[in-house]
Ligand binder design. Structure first.
Ligand SMILES: [Zn+2]
Length: 451
């Protein structure tokens, strides 16, 4: 079946497309067939008019931890609970991303590499969720940052072996820990590099031999320089970035994944007194610098990719829109933020042939939001439609206003609208929101409610 989704605007991953007739994204057999002026849609297509919305490619979150739930001490929680519970939790977190329009996530570290199994379960249709690209266990030095989700290795040969083990387990990419972090260790670890340059180089060499990208957790400037020397594809956090390193990142096309909203979320938890004081101290140190680093990156045109670090204290899964909002608040244009979560992220994650733009032939993973996110990035929270591989998973009606009148409901659902009421339909039921607050989830047996 060929269906054309009509919208006021289309952001195709690179730029905003508009026309006085509206734009249309044509979907056929789970793939994008065309993006064109709505008046040019062939009459044998089913036309679904979504009203005053913008259609975008499904978003990509390049930095999540599916095993963690955003509670005050997720490391301790995972340590104490049975592994089966952690896996179920991770599956649920993956699905939460999909509901907000995130159709690809990259997991950068999970205990015993369990995110690889979540990726397999989704890939083989056992559970519903976004496409998951998982690093398995992060490679860290003995006692290094996040060893709870890591594989500890010392010396280039041991690091090489650790990377090979992750690849053998099915890792889609490799994560290396090049400095301390907020959630564990000592305050001084933030500035101290972890893993030597020869160790980092061994990791990158092994990953590249297998055609995999390397993501490096690095806060201090010294650790950033170390991972640039080693030849990684992305610097995660990059809190100590200076102009020289930024210039080099642009020249060598190394991506920065700044995780700004995660720092805000953990800081919020620290202020509320819900997390351990030592985590609070370290996050306060990071928060002093990460805005400055981000603006340095913007000035030097460092390629940006969006990552929420979902799962750390206070950061729920599906928080990617908050990261884009934080980027804009810190000085990026809405378009830079949108590109960071679409075309740039797909390039970094190695999935640009299927994701990140609306080019014909790509997977029909779509997000439609009310209004124009290219002007007002906060409209990403107003999710009207999520499509995954050509299937509509979420369809939300506008709460009020003229655009609601234009919405077409292909299943002929009768929606009782009152001010501030939103009903989000999915294939397994529907959800009520009143005034933006979640009210009730109503499950319905079977699937394919809408299509
Ligand atoms: Zn992380």
């Amino acid at each position: 079946m060929t269906t054309a989704y009509r919208a006021a605007r289309v952001f195709d991953g690179r730029e905003l497309l508009t026309s006085s007739n509206g734009m249309a994204v044509v979907v056929r057999n789970g793939r994008i067939d065309a993006v064109l002026d709505a008046s040019a849609v062939r009459t044998d297509c089913v036309l679904v008019d979504l009203g005053d919305v913008t259609i975008l490619p499904g978003l990509l979150d390049a930095h999540v931890h599916l095993a963690w739930d955003g509670s005050p001490d997720p490391i301790e929680q995972v340590r104490q609970e049975p592994k089966a519970l952690t896996i179920l939790r991770a599956a649920n977190h993956a699905a939460a991303n999909l509901r907000t329009g995130v159709t690809v996530v990259r997991d950068l570290g999970s205990p015993q590499g369990l995110a690889i199994d979540v990726a397999s379960a989704i890939g083989s249709g056992i559970i519903t969720g976004p496409r998951v690209l998982a690093a398995g266990c992060a490679i860290t030095m003995t006692g290094g940052h996040a060893h709870c989700i890591g594989r500890e290795a010392d010396g280039p040969d041991a690091v090489r072996r650790a990377v090979r083990q992750e690849l053998k387990s099915g890792a889609h990419c490799i994560k290396i820990m090049a400095s301390g972090g907020a959630l564990d260790g000592e305050d001084g670890d933030l500035g101290a590099p972890q893993l030597s340059v020869p160790e980092l180089r061994a990791a990158v060499e092994e990953a590249h031999r297998a055609g995999r990208a390397v993501a490096a957790h690095a806060h201090s400037l010294e650790s950033i320089n170390n991972v640039l020397d080693a030849g990684v594809q992305s610097v995660e956090h990059g809190t100590g970035l200076d102009a020289t390193a930024a210039h080099r990142m642009r020249r060598e096309q190394v991506y920065l994944v700044p995780t700004l909203s995660a720092v805000e979320s953990v800081l919020g938890q620290a202020r509320a007194g819900t997390i351990r004081p030592d985590i609070g101290r370290r996050i306060a140190l990071l928060a002093e610098h990460n805005g400055i680093a981000f603006r340095t990156a913007l000035r030097h045109k460092v390629p940006l990719v969006a990552g929420s670090d979902a799962g750390v204290p206070g950061q729920r899964h599906g928080a990617l829109p908050d990261e884009l909002i934080a980027m804009v608040r810190a000085g990026a244009t809405p378009r830079q933020a949108l590109q960071a979560a679409t075309v740039n992220a797909a390039a970094l994650l190695g999935v640009i042939t299927d994701h990140g733009t609306l080019d014909p032939g790509k997977r029909a993973d779509l997000l439609a939001v009310g209004g124009d996110p290219d002007t007002d990035i906060t409209t990403l929270h107003d999710v009207r439609l999520v499509m995954f591989e050509g299937r509509v998973l979420v369809r939300a009606m506008a709460s009020s206003g003229s655009d609601a009148a234009h919405s077409t409901n292909p299943a002929g659902w009768r929606v009782n609208r009152t001010p501030d009421l939103r009903i989000c339909l999915s294939e397994v039921g529907f959800v009520w929101f009143v005034g933006g607050e979640f009210v009730e989830w109503v499950g319905v047996g079977g699937d394919g409610l809408l299509e």
